[in-house]
Design a protein around this ligand. Structure first.
Ligand code: SF4
Length: 90
């Protein structure tokens, strides 16, 4: 059983009060719009004081969608694999 997540870090999140659509996107979003939206979301993440906690949370859970810790879904999947390879090599 996984430990219960701690959500305390969210109190300091730079995205508090932001429109969730900026981080998760609207239905039917096309790639050019997605890239623009993700860039804006990542700018907010880039200045977020709890980016590390956010990314660690999203990497450790099956968070399939959205921008977390400055990474989109594909980037998180790559980071998850990278961390697993590093853990297996240790
Ligand atoms: S890193 Fe981004 S998504 Fe995570 S809490 Fe900060 S602003 Fe929100």
């Amino acid at each position: 059983m996984r430990p219960r997540p701690s959500w305390g870090w969210q109190d300091a999140a730079a995205c508090r009060g932001e429109d969730l659509v900026l981080f998760f996107g609207p239905d039917g979003e096309r790639q050019p719009e997605r890239e623009i939206r993700e860039r804006k979301a990542k700018e907010i993440c880039g200045a977020c004081p709890v980016r590390t906690e956010c990314l660690d949370y999203a990497i450790s859970r099956p968070e399939k969608y959205g921008t977390w810790g400055g990474l989109n879904e594909d980037e998180r999947a790559s980071e998850r694999r990278r961390r697993m390879r590093r853990a297996n090599a240790a």
